[in-house]
Design a protein around this ligand. Structure first.
Ligand SMILES: Cc1cc2nc3c(=O)[nH]c(=O)nc-3n(C[C@H](O)[C@H](O)[C@H](O)COP(=O)(O)OP(=O)(O)OC[C@H]3O[C@@H](n4cnc5c(N)ncnc54)[C@H](O)[C@@H]3O)c2cc1C
Length: 430
């Protein structure tokens, strides 16, 4: 039996940073990953290009991009800001670049494998012992009420002074994050906020015939009764055989999923003319009614709407496609304007956890110290990454949350077992 100062469970983004920082701070550290490889989810992140973080440098703006408990991350983001992670990649010979217009940061090579290799190199140099195919079944506590070590699936016990739990969420379970970390934490007294998929395609009836059609340059909004309206998003929507997907649908899926979990049915509105007000549009149509009355209603649907969707837009507005403009009633005209400014869909649910980029919900953050990521319930236990009730939008926010919470947990766990009074200082974010 070997005793470790810090044992990190889960070799994803959070776990690798936790192990690296704990070891750099001087703790004898082991990283345990149940699958055969480290960073499987990282490998598929950003379509294999790995959007590692975001160029936003305003802390308040970061919090808005993390709708799942952004304020909880304030300290972690200050203590280990995006720059700290980018410096680490630079030190490891992995240059990065920022992509307009959303400030997403990628490795210049466009290869997620470069990020994983950099982290593994850094961990090895820092002296981290890495064990793959080492599934952890449970955390054992001692008589003194603090953690004593880990019980592995193979039945072996591994003594550790501090444990950093980074088992991830439930999305993309093929990557290893199957949600098996929650029952262990629940048994130790932690509360798990209901988990649901975020950044996930949505199910909408009747889309099958349109699968593959893309609508570009629209603005999406979500309304869920009884909740604050989330940020609108501009971008593209993709019709699939089961519903809707594409960047803005993924961003807005969280608010709808949160509503479903709370028993509220929300709706999605697509503004097909985001640059024009409803009054402007109405005035333009009225002008056409008097100057081009022989044209049909079909011609009022904006040119950027794919032909396959034109009948759908008109049907949603309940306006016959061949109606001559001169014969358009006022009610029809107003319904058409309302549809162009807010084509409404009522999704019936999310696609699946398998298709979700992120898990919302998880360990409630009130039970975790935001300065150290230490459990407030069990001494010697630290939590980091997506296992926490923390989640962000598309744009590098989720990985940064994992890097920051992992780094803070690693430093704090090492400081606690080594009796340091303060974790090492780092770069700052405004
Ligand atoms: C398709 C996809 C694309 C994404 N793209 C981006 C992106 O470009 N930018 C971005 O910011 N975010 C992206 N994300 C989200 C981001 O990848 C995650 O938020 C982040 O990887 C979470 O890191 P984590 O370390 O908390 O968890 P994970 O990466 O899920 O790691 C958890 C690890 O713990 C291991 N584990 C679980 N249970 C045990 C156990 N009992 N014993 C031992 N090990 C265990 C798992 O095998 C896994 O390796 C994407 C996600 C997906 C699915």
């Amino acid at each position: 039996m070997q005793g470790w100062e810090v044992a990190v469970v889960g070799g994803g983004a959070a776990g690798m940073l936790a192990a690296l920082e704990a070891s750099r701070a001087g703790a004898r550290t082991i990283l345990l990953e149940k699958t055969a490889r480290l960073g499987t989810k990282l490998r598929i992140s950003g379509g294999g290009r790995c959007n590692v973080t975001n160029a936003l440098d305003d802390l308040r703006a970061w919090e808005r991009m993390l709708p799942g408990n952004g304020p909880f991350l304030r300290h972690a983001l200050r203590s280990y800001p995006p720059k700290a992670f980018l410096d680490l990649l630079t030190e490891e010979g992995v240059p990065t670049r920022v992509e307009a217009p959303y400030g997403k940061v990628f490795p210049e090579s466009g290869k997620s494998g470069d990020v994983i290799e950099a982290l593994v190199r850094a961990m090895r140099r820092a002296g981290v012992t890495i064990r793959t195919e080492a599934a952890v079944r449970d955390i054992r506590t001692g008589q003194d009420g603090r953690v004593e070590g880990l019980l592995l699936d193979e039945g072996r016990f591994l003594a550790a002074d501090a444990i950093i739990w980074c088992t991830g969420g439930r999305s993309f379970p093929k990557s290893g994050s199957t949600g098996d970390g929650y029952p262990v934490l629940r048994r130790l007294g932690h509360t798990i906020a209901p988990t649901y998929p975020s950044l996930v395609p949505l199910r909408v009836e009747g889309t099958t015939p349109l699968a593959g059609v893309a609508l570009r340059g629209v603005r999406g909004r979500v309304r869920v009764p009884g909740t604050k309206e989330p940020l609108p998003w501009d971008g593209d929507v993709l019709w699939t055989h089961f519903g809707l997907s594409g960047p803005i649908v993924l961003q807005l899926s969280r608010a709808l999923a949160e509503g479903w979990v709370a028993g509220a049915q929300g709706s999605l509105q697509l503004d097909l003319e985001p640059e024009r007000s409803a009054d402007d549009l109405d005035a333009a149509i009225r002008h056409l009614v008097t100057t081009a009355g022989s044209r049909t209603a079909r011609s009022l649907v904006p040119e950027h709407v794919p032909r396959a969707l034109v009948p759908e837009v008109l049907a949603a507005a309940d306006v016959p496609a061949e109606r001559r403009l001169a014969e358009l009633s006022k009610a029809e005209r107003l319904r058409l304007v309302a549809t162009l400014k807010g084509w409404s869909f009522v999704p019936s649910g999310w696609h699946s956890f398998e298709a979700a980029e992120v898990t919302a919900g998880g360990v409630v953050v009130d039970e975790v110290n935001p300065r150290t990521m230490a459990s407030r319930l069990l001494e010697g236990l630290y939590l980091a990454g997506e296992v926490l009730d923390v989640d962000g939008y598309v744009g590098g926010y989720n990985l940064q949350a994992a890097w920051s919470t992992g780094a803070v947990a690693g430093r704090a766990a090492a400081a606690s077992v080594l009796g340091y009074r303060k974790a090492p200082p780092s770069a700052t974010i405004r």
